[in-house]
Design a protein. Structure first.
Length: 462
């Protein structure tokens, strides 16, 4: 198996620290709001990484932190006139609720930053005593020059960083590129006692403490979005090196950005969507398919066309299951040997740096074989059951019974599309009575229409 390692900038042969065991850590949410659709990508991708290792027979321990103290949480609390604890609690719950909808299994451990403040203070204290960090007026900074390899993960060199950081003009710092480990409390902010006065630890220390505590000094995989490479992961790594000269993790994996209709997602462009909003419009399984249809390191563009393609692909899989009446098959007694090579192709794709886009091609092949009239019913059943098994490795088909119950066949789908086109005609002729009637009558049949800038979409009402 080969994994692209941000540290070496190439696909490295994957060798776990302990044979048969995977220790992985992915940076979790800062709980001040519902997570946006861009953040759904790492959550979903690392869920698939974990599922695949488990499928291969590894014993996986997955840790994902919850950042429950942060400037953004404090800001949100002030805006709402509530406490930071209330905000964190509310959005932590929302995080887990949304993961569940996306069929993302929660990590084995979800440590919260506020539960490890004491351990963070101890770590910072060690760094100060070792000369890697220094205090200035109640703040503590990490001295980047104390680590000769600083910048290696992100490929940045210290001089450029110094020049860039000078703009900030923080005169307390010995080097403009030094980063904060401990933040002195401002008036009215949450605070904890420390050897340097009241304040709170920085985000970069949080992940070092919690990952090492649960996974050991050097674990296998540290993951997150590509936006976390610098400064967050570079700064985590620097602290770990300073502590014991060992890397925090052996493999650093980062997923690419998400764009919306070709643009970067931003509040100012009015294209900032929470995953929760998107899930109101599209089936979460369609969202999963959308993300996995591209290699995780490539940028991905969220647009209506790709979503419709994803929806079609999934509908095709479900029609396969319907055709072979999979719910009434004795799954264990099906001889799947005809598709061993397809399973191998799937594994080969996944072993090559989790190439889910290529792995999905094996699922399409199976769907085709399951539908091919030239094949015997036994072969078609075997293809469908193999499709089910491999799909589950990627986190699909978790609710097969219910989905099959509510799914519509391709003829019905065409009829719905036809009615939608009649409704559009009616609207063009300003016959709103008719267009409303079509919408209402469909709703009564359990089919909900939604008008979007890209056209009308429909879904089966929950
Ligand atoms: Zn982190």
């Amino acid at each position: 198996m080969r994994v692209y390692n941000t540290m070496t900038r190439k696909k490295d042969e994957f060798v776990p620290v302990n044979a048969g065991k995977i220790n992985m850590y992915a940076c979790g949410p800062t709980v001040y709001n519902y997570f946006h659709i861009g953040n759904a990508r790492p959550f979903l991708f690392f869920d698939v990484v974990r599922r695949y290792f488990t499928y291969l027979g590894y014993d996986v321990t997955y840790v994902q932190n919850i950042t429950d103290i942060d400037d953004k949480i404090i800001e949100q609390a002030n805006q709402e006139g509530s406490s930071f604890e209330d905000i964190a609690k509310r959005y932590t719950q929302a995080f887990f609720d949304d993961l569940k909808l996306l069929n993302i299994n929660p990590a084995d451990y979800n440590p919260k930053a506020t539960e490890y403040i004491q351990q963070m203070i101890e770590l910072i204290d060690i760094l100060v005593k070792k000369g890697n960090a220094y205090e200035a007026n109640g703040d503590v900074y990490f001295a980047v020059e104390s680590i000769p390899t600083y910048g290696k993960l992100s490929g940045k060199n210290l001089e450029d960083l110094q020049a860039g950081a000078r703009v900030e003009a923080n005169t307390q710092k010995k080097n403009p590129a030094d980063f904060t480990l401990w933040k002195k409390a401002k008036e009215g902010e949450p605070k904890w006692d420390s050897p340097w006065g009241e304040g709170r630890p920085g985000w970069h220390t949080e992940c070092v403490v919690m990952s090492r505590k649960m996974l050991g000094q050097t674990f296998d995989i540290h993951g997150g979005g590509v936006d976390l490479v610098f400064p967050h992961h570079e700064n985590e790594l620097a602290q770990a090196y300073a502590l014991d000269g060992r890397p925090l993790a052996n493999y650093w994996m980062h997923n690419g950005f998400l764009n919306i209709d070709g643009n970067k997602m931003s509040k100012s462009l009015n294209n900032f969507f929470t995953t929760r909003d998107i899930m109101k419009k599209y089936d979460p399984e369609v969202i999963r398919f959308f993300f996995l249809s591209k290699h995780y390191r490539s940028p991905i563009d969220f647009n209506e066309d790709i979503i419709i393609e994803s929806k079609k692909a999934l509908a095709n899989f479900y029609s396969v299951f319907k055709e072979v009446d999979i719910l009434n098959l004795e799954l264990d007694s099906i001889d799947k040997s005809a598709f061993i090579s397809t399973v191998e192709a799937f594994k080969e794709a996944m072993d090559d740096d989790f190439n889910t886009a290529k792995a999905l091609a094996s699922l399409f092949d199976l769907a085709k074989e399951a539908k091919a009239k030239k094949n015997s019913i036994e072969v078609r059943q075997a293809a469908a059951v193999t499709l089910l098994e491999l799909g589950k490795v990627l986190g699909f088909f978790s609710n097969l019974e219910k989905t099959l119950e509510t799914s519509v066949d391709q003829h019905a789908e065409k009829l719905i599309e036809l009615l939608i086109s009649y409704r559009l005609d009616a609207k063009k002729e300003k016959n709103y009575a008719l267009s409303d009637k079509i919408r209402k009558d469909l709703l009564e049949l359990g089919i909900e229409l939604q008008d979007t800038p890209q056209g009308t979409i429909w879904k089966i009402k929950d």
